[in-house]
Ligand binder design. Structure first.
Ligand SMILES: [Zn+2]
Length: 381
């Protein structure tokens, strides 16, 4: 089965766009099996609950133009998507780029999605977007292939291509912001699993009958290290005399960032809380290392704020104690690099990944790449 996005760009056209603009490819060597899928410019769209970020960029991460605006969902996904398509047009104009130069669009959306049909399923904070046909509506409006990922996969693809995962084949991205999200890039491709829900590392159990999680299960990693859960705990257990309480203006206002700051000053309670955070993050990582044998694990948000001494050094030590030495030796655990620029790069990462996958499918139409995405074929084999 071909995706609608793929039909938007017949193979010949896609190849022509890529081939004609590849640096130094005007003449000389014909494209062979090592064909490099390079697209000049793509547009990335990060649809957040409060803000939409659009960026026009190339494969080197050179952002030519970007734009952010409040999401302002109207309650009608079709109208919202038409407005986003108009934003893309405006961005091209602002950058002085012709529509014909746009090679594709990548969209990062919150919440679950149906990758086969290119739909967003009931995203939080986006009323009217249940089963919104994001891929096809934007592809129809813009006339280029459109690719869709959930925000965690999009962030993973962005870090992998433009950030801390550059140069690796097997990279896992974990981020503890409000919840705990993750994305798996394996063999240079995002691994989606059933209903594109692979990488939900926040709900791996780290205690069998542990803390209740917002997902309904108990003992999930997110229930220990997710920002929302940790904040709830801090407001319950922070001692009044701790530095955390002083920084927060009272235990009932304590948040993870106060823990990080107080731990840096040597506060005992804050250090114990960081130790707990590191312990649970390490438990999650150990399970992932045995399952997937990654070469790099990129940690975002709270870990980045805590930094080397408070987080990365102790997490690396704990992981090394619990995995086989040859796995630990080949693994680097590093901070995410994109930070506040992530919304610009998330959609760009999705677009390049989508175009590469489409290119690989075209190069090997009956091959494993296609089969892997097509449940009917997969079941026959
Ligand atoms: Zn959970």
């Amino acid at each position: 089965m071909r995706t609608a996005a793929y039909r938007q760009a017949p193979p010949g056209d896609l190849r022509a766009v890529i081939g004609s603009t590849r640096p130094g490819s005007g003449s000389g060597s014909a494209p062979g099996p090592e064909w490099e899928w390079v697209i000049p410019l793509v547009c990335g769209i990060d649809v957040g609950g409060t803000k939409i970020a659009l960026a026009l960029g190339d494969e080197h991460g050179d952002v030519r133009a970007h734009e952010r605006r409040p999401t302002e969902p109207s309650g009608d996904a079709g109208a919202d998507l038409d407005r986003i398509a108009a934003d893309v047009g405006g961005l091209l104009e602002k950058a002085g780029v012709a529509r014909s130069e746009l090679g594709g669009v990548g969209v990062s959306v919150p919440g679950p999605l149906d990758p086969e049909r290119g739909l967003v399923l009931n995203p939080p904070n986006l009323p009217g977007w249940n089963e919104a046909p994001v891929r096809d509506r934007l592809a129809d409006a813009l006339g280029v292939p459109v690719f869709l990922e959930n925000d965690a996969n999009a962030a993973a693809l962005a870090e992998w291509r433009f950030g801390a995962g550059r140069g690796t084949r097997h990279m896992l991205y974990l981020t503890a912001s409000t919840g705990m999200g993750g994305g798996l890039v394996l063999d240079g491709r995002v691994h989606r699993g059933v209903m594109a829900s692979a990488g939900e590392v926040g709900h791996m159990p780290v205690e069998w009958e542990g803390e209740p999680c917002s997902c309904g299960l108990r003992g999930c990693l997110e229930a220990y290290v997710g920002g929302r859960s940790w904040t709830r705990r801090l407001q319950r257990v922070t001692p009044g005399e701790s530095r955390v309480a002083a920084l927060a203006g009272g235990p009932e206002r304590a948040r993870p960032e106060h823990v990080v700051e107080a731990a840096r000053e040597g506060d005992a309670f804050a250090l114990a809380e960081m130790d707990r955070f590191n312990e649970y993050v390490a438990r999650g990582i150990v399970a992932l290392v045995f399952a997937l044998a990654p070469e790099r694990i990129v940690l975002g948000t709270i870990a980045v704020a805590a930094g080397e001494e408070l987080c990365f050094v102790p997490v690396r030590e704990r992981v090394a104690r619990h995995v086989w030495p040859f796995l630990a030796e080949r693994l680097s655990i590093v901070p995410a690099e994109l930070g506040p620029r992530l919304p610009d790069y998330a959609g760009l990462g999705v677009a390049f990944a989508g175009l590469e996958e489409a290119g690989a499918e075209e190069a090997d139409p009956g091959g494993s790449a296609d089969d892997a995405r097509d449940p009917a074929k997969r079941n026959r084999s």
